[in-house]
Design a protein around this ligand. Sequence first.
Ligand code: RUB
Length: 314
Amino acid sequence: MDRHPTVEATAEDIASMEIRGAATIGAAAAAALREQAESSDAETPEAFRAELRAAARRLHETRPTAVSLPNSLRYVLRRMDGTDVPALRSSVVDAATAFEVRLDRAQSQLGAIGANRLQDGDVVMTHCHSTDALACVEAAVEQGKHVEAIVKETRPRLQGHITARQLREMGVPVTLIVDNAARRYLDDADHVLVGADAIAADGSVINKIGTSGLAVNARERGVPIVVAAQTIKLHPATMTGHTVEIEMRDEREVVDDEERATIGGIEVENPAFDVTPPRYVDAIVTESGQFPPESIVTLMRELFGDGVADPWLD
Ligand code: RUB
């Protein structure tokens, strides 16, 4: 029951953030399951199923917060079907491919919806790097709107640099700022536009650490906060009272070994995400439309029913 090298490499890349961002993580996980299915030399359907579940468990244990990861694994494993290995294999390959197509389609659909919120001449402030958020700006630019961006650098991993580069490639004028300057520059912004790693049933938004502070400041300044998040970011377990685990990352992302030795015996904490309560969010833009955060639960009930199982634990 060997794991395909791609599963291991993908798991390591997700853990080290070589592969990062919720949508990208979900797509990479589906692709890794497909490779596992394609290369499997399992001789029985039971062995094949066990192999795929083990691969999913390995991928699942990498990072805890982005729900796109378990949602992706669930999407593929729930469609694993057949009475012999070739049938099982093709069901997994087809499901992984269908998932990737769905992701792409959802992102362009939500981009078109998000773009409707942006007017010609608007300035957006971004935090971290979100492909869903950038899809909204890209669609607006394609509609011929002039959009400018104030991009927070996003310590400690500086994902704002990726955002700045990609916006520049779209032809969007970018001003890069340090995180601490956000409040000052909110006066120049028409929207705060961020993505999400998970959205809870009460409409709370889990996204890169610093999102909640930005949202509180934006509300105080009267700047609307828009969250671009396709429905794979909806967290089914929160419908039954579970909370979303916030990933704590290595302190070396904050202080390197040399600085650590100089500072000495202090605690360093490095949470990767935070929770923005629904009252600070103006709209959640999904491929199924735009929702006030408090009503996202109706969409979740439609999509998930009363809850969902974890097929990799079967
Ligand atoms: C990434 C992050 C992004 C969301 C949404 O955090 O918080 O805003 O994942 O991204 P990290 P997308 O860099 O720690 O993975 O819209 O691309 O799914």
